[in-house]
Write a protein that binds this ligand. Structure first.
Ligand SMILES: Nc1ncnc2c1ncn2[C@@H]1O[C@H](COP(=O)(O)OP(=O)(O)OP(=O)(O)O)[C@@H](O)[C@H]1O
Ligand SMILES: [Mg+2]
Length: 251
């Protein structure tokens, strides 16, 4: 479903990504781990069109996307969340999800605010769908609250609801449980598995190995821009290169 071939991203002399290869198969939850500064966010920025590789090719469902703009990639069926939460803080929780639905590109938000019966009907359906998403992520009781005033964990769940609202087939999550307690994190993991059971594919960046173990079918490990390992969670945990990347080499 997603394939990176020889992807590099240079920032001046620094290779944030160095000839990275990665495959994400449909219907899987794939983890992407690595120490701080390893290049994880750079990788998903290159996949989602926010950034572009210096060289290399990225295919999403057979389409070359490395030179496309974010809205084009969203329209192809790729959603994401951000490590630094990006919400419309002054809009309500419900409005944030409704706007995300429009990022899918089909209807225009202003169009649906016109008063024709058809547009009103469509808008009503969008509100209903948005409410279903809020319920799914336990946010329905805050639908009228200002998004920026929510606690951190709720803002992360709202980001997830917004990503799902774009009707994606693949979702990229950048540290989705940062700031959540262990109970919230585990519950979030169950939501990830439910989305997978619904047929979605997910790529999850996380430092929380409990979440990685809970949800991932397979894990990739980045270190200083290089993909140093790939395999099951159990194999990765015992991989000597991975242990050294995290703990440093014992000479
Ligand atoms: N726009 C930029 N300009 C220059 N250097 C950058 C830029 N973006 C990222 N980098 C550098 O690229 C490297 C990889 O950064 P990246 O944010 O992808 O790491 P990460 O694995 O997501 O780390 P973390 O776990 O801390 O989020 C770092 O050394 C970072 O300083
Ligand atoms: Mg990052």
């Amino acid at each position: 479903m997603l394939e990176l071939q020889g992807v590099s991203r240079l920032f001046g002399g620094l290779a944030a990504l160095n000839t990275v290869n990665m495959t994400v198969n449909a219907g899987k939850v794939v983890g992407l781990i690595g120490p701080n500064g390893a290049g994880k966010t750079t990788l998903i920025n290159c996949v989602s069109g926010l950034d572009h590789p210096t060289s290399g090719v990225i295919h999403f469902d057979g389409v070359e996307i490395q030179n496309k703009a974010p809205h084009q990639i969203t329209a192809l069926g790729l959603g994401r969340t951000y490590q630094n939460i990006r919400l419309f803080g002054d809009l309500t929780v419900l409005e944030n999800v409704i706007i995300a639905q429009h990022q899918h590109g089909k209807a225009n938000l202003l169009d649906s605010l016109f008063q024709s019966p058809r547009h009103r009907r469509e808008f009503k359906q969008q509100v209903e769908r948005a409410f279903e998403l809020l319920k799914r992520f336990h946010l329905d009781s805050f639908s009228d609250s200002r998004a920026g005033g929510l606690p951190y964990g709720d803002q992360r769940r709202l980001e997830m609801a917004r990503a799902v609202a774009t009707a994606p087939r693949l979702i990229l999550l950048d540290e989705p449980t940062a700031g959540m307690n262990p109970v919230e994190t585990h519950e979030f993991g169950e939501q990830i598995l439910k989305l997978r059971d619904d047929g979605l594919t997910l790529l999850v960046i996380e430092h929380d190995m409990a979440l990685i173990s809970q949800v991932c079918d397979e894990v990739y490990v980045l270190n200083f821009g290089e993909m140093i390992a790939n395999g099951t969670v159990d194999a990765i945990k015992q991989n000597q290169d991975v242990i050294e990347a995290y703990l440093g080499r014992e000479d």
